[in-house]
Design a protein around this ligand. Structure first.
Ligand code: PMT
Length: 408
């Protein structure tokens, strides 16, 4: 699932501490609510110097908590109730000061008190001046908090409000919500090195023309996102797709164009991978020769000689070792029969049979309908689902097959 669907109906307690990036917390609130989360805000006294409680009250439609010792607020919803209410405590921005107090285990204001009282996961999105961020004391405190189980969404690099350029800007809202989604997801793929491929390949005919296919990359990107969220160490090898298609910052992304490049990239990463999921629509044929000049339009038809590309998955299957291999089978007829042939012929553990003639399934769309086949002859048909949910279902099958060794 995208961070959106994972956060749906989750209760996020957002702590806003006192830095110039506090104004960006309003965008975090809006995006989290758009993703279906309910949000309540704790505004520290520092945070209130930059943004008002009214802003967050208007956005969340919930009262904003500011003071540990205000009897009115405690009566409305006390600090223990807030701590119990939350599915997730997200602090964005987290200043050097709040990070230090959390690392010390202090409870000297409402936010730090709730952080100690809650059993919900803690996500910190630090934001501060680059020199402050790099200071040994801040780094030590962040490390301490990480060791204690906190999730830290590293700040972005760039120009800061103080005029300095470097690391310390509050991470993008999407990265913060990705971090939140990962923090509340089961980490069943933790320690798994997972290689995913996505998108089409483009086989050049001449400098201006290519042969390609209709793959958008959505299925493979959804798999990469879901695997990262579930704790895997993910490498995504992507053919040419819409640059707007995004993956979390934690996913290693390698872009390629041709089938040859995709094969080389996959083989390069293969030794380190314990699971490979080939969702890419790799070209089966490529022009035998590529014209260095644009082919001129003549009188008659143009004939192209195409040669077969290497079958990457078959090559992986021959050197499988104890890896887990998952292939896709994009079919238009005798879907299950053809998919099973690929499962056996390519020495796979699972094959995802994708009838691309079904409405709302296959290429380009946001949804898919697949059947997961395994070597024992089991068929697991899935209903029409978003590609995010389809990805999670495929990963459930992967997770069930993984040996404890692959997770180490
Ligand atoms: O990208 P989207 O728009 O979201 O669409 C998703 C999808 C339809 C592309 C995806 O769900 C899918 O079905 N991907 C596999 C497409 C495909 O190439 O299927 P195939 O049956 O031709 O290939 C079988 C398997 O061999 C695939 O895992 C493929 O990645 C792999 N292969 C194919 C050719 C080749 N030269 N080397 C390979 O490794």
């Amino acid at each position: 699932m995208s961070s959106g669907s994972v956060l749906s109906e989750k209760r996020i307690l957002l702590g806003v501490s006192g830095g110039i990036a506090a104004y960006k917390a309003a965008e975090v609130v809006r995006s989290a609510m758009r993703a279906g989360a309910e949000v309540r805000v704790i505004l520290t006294s520092g945070g209130a110097r930059f943004v008002t409680a009214l802003t967050f009250q208007a956005l969340t439609q919930n009262p904003v908590s500011t003071n540990l010792f205000d009897p009115g607020q405690e009566q409305e919803i006390g600090h223990i109730d807030l701590a119990d209410w939350a599915d997730l405590l997200l602090i964005a921005p987290a200043t050097a000061n709040v990070i230090a107090r959390l690392a010390m285990g202090m409870a000297d204001d409402l936010l730090t008190t709730v952080a100690l009282a809650t059993r919900a996961p803690l996500v910190l999105a630090p934001a501060m001046n680059v020199h402050m961020y790099r200071h040994a004391a801040v780094q030590r405190n962040i490390k301490e908090l990480r060791n204690g189980g906190a999730h830290v969404v590293d700040p972005a690099e760039g120009e800061m409000a103080c005029g300095h350029v470097g690391e310390g800007r509050l991470a993008d809202t999407e990265d913060i919500l990705d971090g939140a989604a990962r923090a509340i997801s089961t980490q069943d793929l933790s320690g798994v090195a997972l290689l995913v491929t996505a998108g089409p390949t483009e086989e050049p005919i001449d400098p201006v023309r290519v042969i390609s296919n209709r793959s958008s990359g959505k299925m493979g990107y959804a798999l990469a996102r879901a695997a990262w969220r579930r704790g895997a160490d993910v490498t995504l090898i992507s053919g040419p797709v819409d640059p707007g298609l995004r993956v979390p910052r934690g996913v290693r992304l390698r872009r390629v164009e041709t089938a040859l490049e995709m094969g080389d990239a996959v083989l390069e990463h293969y030794p380190k991978a314990s699971v490979v999921v080939m969702a890419a629509a790799v070209a089966d044929w490529t022009p035998d020769s590529v014209s260095s000049l644009k082919i001129k339009k003549g009188e008659g038809n143009l004939r192209l000689d195409l040669k077969q590309t290497r079958d990457i998955l078959s090559q992986l299957g021959r050197a499988k070792g104890d890896r887990l291999l998952v292939g896709f089978a994009a079919e238009t007829d005798r879907v299950i029969e053809n998919a099973r042939k690929k499962l056996e012929g390519k020495n796979l553990d699972l094959v995802v049979a994708n009838d691309v003639t079904v409405d709302g399934a296959g290429f380009g769309v946001d949804t898919n309908q697949v059947v997961i086949l395994d070597r024992d002859g089991t068929e697991r048909p899935l209903p029409l689902l978003s590609k995010e949910r389809t990805a999670d279902a495929i990963l459930d099958s992967v997770s069930a097959l993984l040996s404890p060794r692959a997770r180490s």
